[in-house]
Design a protein around this ligand. Structure first.
Ligand SMILES: CCCCCCCCCCCC(=O)SCCNC(=O)CCNC(=O)[C@H](O)C(C)(C)COP(=O)(O)OP(=O)(O)OC[C@H]1O[C@@H](n2cnc3c(N)ncnc32)[C@H](O)[C@@H]1OP(=O)(O)O
Length: 221
């Protein structure tokens, strides 16, 4: 692990370029196994003995894990804003992102195809656990995904902000269990307000459009 330290505008660059710390290799394995279980077990057919056996094994693991101590994310965030965050701090902030974070067991995994000043594009496939109407992604999951995708467009352009307003228009069904793409880009800025737009596509069909306003923290604006 290097001794380099990073500030707020280096967040994404450091995360993309620094080597993955050894503990995060294992954290990612845990998360991947939990995601696979969630996808395989939801609505799984099985006789009562099979279901009961799986439940027993999972409850035993929960008991083994207990309630471990957890790192305070606020400390890493404070270090970031004073330019003293280590690579490990950056991984503790980014690897648990609820969308795409490889160490977060509830995060849909995203393959980022573009991440630069012009915008972002990600490819992903949402399993049955994200279903709303039969065969379609739940509308709230879509909002969750787009909040993250539009935020990512800020990070890729080396800017930071929190979501102030997010407007979403659901244009057509977004399918589960098939590859979809999310895209986002910054369209303008007025003082601390950053305007962002984006959407979701299934093949050539745009299924969702979104636009919103992100607010840069007063300390950075
Ligand atoms: C960072 C670590 C990363 C590191 C980690 C990565 C984080 C990923 C984040 C993912 C994205 C999220 O989920 S963020 C979490 C969800 N969002 C939140 O929790 C935000 C909750 N809301 C707030 O904290 C606040 O309301 C703010 C910051 C949005 C605004 O408060 P403020 O900063 O005091 O704003 P204020 O001075 O009154 O207004 C400034 C200008 O913005 C306008 N404005 C004010 N509020 C809004 C609004 N909601 N939507 C649109 N515009 C607004 C005003 O009209 C004004 O325009 P004018 O008069 O100048 O024209």
């Amino acid at each position: 692990m290097s001794n380099k330290t990073f500030g707020p505008f280096e967040l994404q660059k450091a995360y993309n370029n620094e080597p993955v710390p050894a503990d995060f290799v294992e954290r990612r394995r845990i998360s991947a196994a939990m995601q696979t279980l969630a996808e395989r077990l939801i609505r799984a057919e099985g006789d009562i003995d099979t279901l009961s056996g799986w439940a027993d094994q999972l409850e035993a693991l929960v008991a083994t894990v207990g309630e471990p101590d957890r790192r305070d994310t606020r400390a890493a965030n404070r270090k970031l804003f004073t330019g003293s965050a280590t690579a490990e701090d950056i991984f503790h902030m980014m690897d648990y992102d609820p969308v795409g974070g490889p160490s977060n067991p509830i995060a849909p995994q995203v393959e980022w195809l573009q991440e630069d000043q012009n915008g972002i594009e990600g490819a992903l496939r949402l399993g049955l656990q994200y279903q709303g109407p039969p065969g379609r992604v739940h509308g709230g999951v879509i909002a969750w995904l787009l909040d993250a995708a539009l935020s990512r467009a800020l990070h890729a352009a080396f800017r930071l902000g929190v979501t102030g307003t997010l407007n979403i228009r659901y244009l057509a069904a977004t399918p589960i269990e098939d590859t979809i793409h999310c895209r986002a880009r910054i369209t303008g800025q007025e003082g601390r307000k950053i305007f962002v737009e984006g959407g979701i596509w299934h093949g050539d069909t745009q299924t969702v459009s979104a636009e919103g306003i992100w607010l840069t923290p007063k300390s950075l604006g």
